[in-house]
Design a protein around this ligand. Structure first.
Ligand SMILES: Cc1ncc(COP(=O)(O)O)c(C=O)c1O
Length: 423
């Protein structure tokens, strides 16, 4: 047994892990392309981009070089009263890709990008002397593990111990062709008192809630209603951003645009944690005043870290390159073909795809959602095949890094078919 394994077991508390029955942690020694290698040199194909963060492969040389260059110049500086080139260039580059938006606010991760968005929206109304406090969200949503993020998420096992302390949110159902009129009616009821500050949503795909997908035209209808009642809209693109849904951002598939966007995960290509909350100029303007109490009093010690921003600038360059755009289209096309093959299997339901995300429900007698024991069985089965897939309950999905080759993707498809045939 490797020494690191026992030291880890003794000293480290891991995220989202029930040690009472979790399998032994794999000690990772290095990463390259779509693979991790453990301390014994065993390769693992990363089919979920390391919790959805990795875009261009592990240890991507372009991002690595950008980080090295920045490390020789400036490792960190306070971001209040000071600024620096990577922080400015990243904001400029993001805003070039998000026409109609005015400012970028940096924080540390997906959860903080959501906290910032909710606080910006609430303070927008506070500063305008219009006391709107109601927050609307989807019932199956996940927006992170901070208290604001948990409050706007679905009420479930993730946040049960904290439920009494979460702020009230009006939850509406995820729309589909059958329920869209009811969902629109429910939203209008929530909006009709003109006291709704914001509606926050994961555009097109609700990730941790089970890769639940819905149509852009339905989201457009919800946004239109919010606009009619002067309720701000927040697109949480933490998971969907940077090409995952087939377009650079999921909101590129909409006719209407939100007022605020939350970005993280893929923003640095999976090298560093970074959150970015992008807002329309009028939201920023509402915080500009000779009255100091209207200041947005939010920040983190590492806000706008220059090395992190340099990694993000490099990753964004790769993400918008023609070769990545082609790769995203090719993964999307390959998934589509594989989805057809899955129709043969009776133990698979609701095969669904949005861009590079392919998800399916594996038939199970348990109705336990995320806690379904099938997830552990499946995760271990694929690990034994040296493939990293981390199902959400009985929901199996692939969300690969864009550097994955056709062969590697086929290896994952074949393993899934094998699992379905033998289980
Ligand atoms: C849509 C969405 N929002 C927010 C978060 C929280 O991000 P983080 O884990 O970086 O705090 C996640 C994480 O999975 C997410 O999928």
């Amino acid at each position: 047994m490797h020494d690191l394994f026992s030291r880890d077991r003794e000293f480290v508390w891991h995220p989202f892990t029930q040690v009472a029955y979790a399998p032994d942690n794999i000690v990772v020694a290095r990463g390259e392309g779509a693979y991790f290698y453990d301390v014994d040199g065993k390769a693992y194909l990363d089919g979920i981009s390391s919790w959805w963060v990795n875009l261009h492969g592990h240890c991507n040389p372009v991002i690595k070089e950008a980080i090295k260059r920045q490390l020789d110049v400036l490792e960190h500086s306070i971001f209040a009263g000071f600024t620096h080139e990577p922080g400015v260039v990243l904001a400029e580059n993001l805003l070039k890709l998000l026409p109609g938006f005015g400012k970028v606010f940096y924080s540390d991760n997906g959860s903080t990008s959501v906290e910032v968005a909710i606080k910006m929206a609430l303070q927008y109304w506070f500063n305008n002397n219009q006391p709107k406090k109601k927050v609307i969200a989807f019932s199956g949503a996940y927006h992170g593990d901070t208290f604001g993020g948990m409050s706007v998420a679905a009420r479930n096992a993730f946040n049960k111990p904290f439920e009494p302390l979460l702020f009230d949110v009006v939850h509406i159902d995820i729309p589909d062709d059958e329920n869209i009129d009811t969902v629109l009616r429910d939203l209008e009821v929530a909006l009709s008192n003109n006291d709704a500050a914001c509606f926050i949503f994961e555009p097109l795909v609700l990730g941790a809630g089970g890769m639940l997908m819905y149509k852009p035209e339905h989201l457009d209808a919800l946004i239109a209603l919010c606009q009619k009642y002067d309720c701000l809209t927040i697109a949480d693109e933490v998971m969907t951003g940077f090409g995952r849904t087939g377009t650079l951002f999921a909101i590129n598939q909409l006719a209407l645009q939100p007022d605020i966007i939350c970005l993280s995960k893929g923003i640095t290509g999976g090298f560093f944690p970074l959150g970015a909350t992008v807002c329309k100029q009028f939201i920023f303007d509402a915080h500009v005043s000779s009255d100091k109490t209207k200041t947005f009093f939010h920040g983190h010690s590492y806000t706008g870290n220059p090395v992190v921003c340099a990694a993000a600038v490099a990753s964004l360059g790769l993400t918008t390159s023609s070769s990545t755009t082609e790769k995203i289209a090719s993964i999307t096309a390959q998934h589509k073909q594989f989805a057809k093959r899955l129709k043969e299997f009776k133990n698979v339901q609701n095969v669904r795809q949005t861009g590079t995300i392919l998800a399916m429900d594996i038939l199970s007698a348990e109705q336990t959602g995320y806690l379904n024991s099938l997830s552990d069985v499946m995760a271990q089965w694929f690990l034994d095949c040296q493939i990293i897939l981390r199902p959400l309950g009985n929901v199996l999905y692939i969300l690969p890094p864009y550097c994955i080759t056709n062969e590697e993707l086929n290896k994952i498809y074949d393993a899934i078919e094998q699992f379905l045939l033998t289980n």
